[in-house]
Design a protein around this ligand. Structure first.
Ligand SMILES: Cc1cc2nc3c(=O)[nH]c(=O)nc-3n(C[C@H](O)[C@H](O)[C@H](O)COP(=O)(O)OP(=O)(O)OC[C@H]3O[C@@H](n4cnc5c(N)ncnc54)[C@H](O)[C@@H]3O)c2cc1C
Ligand code: FES
Length: 294
């Protein structure tokens, strides 16, 4: 819920929208549509984000957009963003070269509640580009491994060539203390893994529902079916976390562009507990409890 008391006096408000400069120090083309940017604040100060938070990135003449952090906060000298080329700004971000500058403001929003997740098993469910914010959480847990119980990763991509962070994925797969399940919707001749949407491996994963927190990020259509699977596994609604995407403008609870009933997705989210979303039919295609019996 928005905190109106937090609105600063009018003369101060512009500083909240003022981006700071960050320099591109690395760039990798991950797939045809996706680029990974490594950035460093020009001030030399850390942004200190939490997994699941986002920042507003801008280029003069092209605009500003929210992008999730995809690096772990344990990576302290820089941060990474994974950008899909979809429009004016993101295409321009794809043209950046090391040494170029962008504007950034943030971090913003509520990320994954990592403190509440300590000691618990964590089930990651990623679909498509949803692996980007979840990579931040997975690599955080890798660096703080003793703080968490089982780490189970279920990642689905449309086809093998659209899989992101392939090196990370191989590193997670090679660890004895991570359990990994990878699937693609449309296999090709190179693919030897599972085939089908993300709920196919998810159905096979065995969990202790009382000690598991699920972190789910993917296309909105996925949420309904993933929620059904997790509730069928007797998970509590409060232990299921979804990250939502909406059109953002200010990114910090001032303009109302992202409003979902009484929630400001940018400020109250983007990570929400499923309990917070039930009854807000606009949020995700919310699953109706009667369907569980089918
Ligand atoms: C919390 C959050 C985190 C995000 N994280 C990432 C990320 O890690 N990587 C990434 O590539 N993108 C991410 N996005 C989406 C990104 O902000 C948009 O794609 C952005 O608008 C691109 O700007 P543009 O000027 O290139 O394209 P635009 O011209 O703004 O949009 C191009 C097309 O995409 C559609 N679109 C734009 N934003 C959204 C949206 N939020 N939901 C649905 N459709 C949209 C537009 O309707 C249009 O058809 C995130 C969005 C949110 C809200
Ligand atoms: S984007 Fe402005 S209130 Fe959320």
């Amino acid at each position: 819920m928005i905190d109106h008391d937090a609105v600063p006096p009018a003369e101060d408000i512009t500083r909240f929208y003022q981006p700071e400069l960050a320099r591109v120090i690395g760039k990798w083309q991950m797939t045809e549509m996706m680029v990974l940017l490594r950035l460093q604040p020009a001030s030399g100060e850390r942004l200190d984000h939490a997994p699941g938070q986002f920042l507003q990135i801008s280029l003069p003449g092209y605009g500003e957009a929210p992008i999730s952090f995809c690096s772990s906060p344990t990576q302290t000298d820089s941060f990474e963003l994974c950008v899909q080329s979809v429009g004016n700004l993101s295409e321009a971000l794809h043209d950046l070269r090391p040494g170029d500058f962008v504007g950034v403001r943030g971090p913003y929003g509520h990320g994954f509640p990592v403190e509440d997740m300590r000691g618990r098993d964590v089930l990651i469910v990623a679909g498509g580009i949803g692996i980007a914010p979840l990579r931040s959480l997975i690599n955080y847990m890798a660096d703080r491994r003793r703080d968490f119980g089982r780490v189970i990763i279920v990642y689905g991509a449309r086809n093998p060539s659209e899989r992101l962070f392939v090196e990370d994925v191989e590193a997670w797969d090679a660890r004895d203390d991570f359990e990994t399940w990878f699937t693609v919707d449309e296999p090709d001749e190179t693919w030897t893994g599972m085939t089908g949407v993300v709920t196919v491996p998810l159905r096979e994963v065995e969990i202790d529902p009382a000690r598991t927190t699920a972190a789910v990020v993917g296309p909105p259509v996925m949420y309904r079916y993933v929620a059904m699977e997790l509730l069928n596994k007797q998970m509590a609604e409060d232990d299921i976390l979804f990250s939502l995407e909406r059109r953002f403008k200010c990114g910090m609870g001032k303009c109302g562009h992202c409003q979902l009933n009484d929630l400001y997705v940018c400020q109250d989210g983007p990570v929400f507990r499923y309990t917070q979303l039930i009854g807000r039919t606009e949020a995700i295609e919310v699953w109706a409890p009667d369907e569980q019996k089918g």
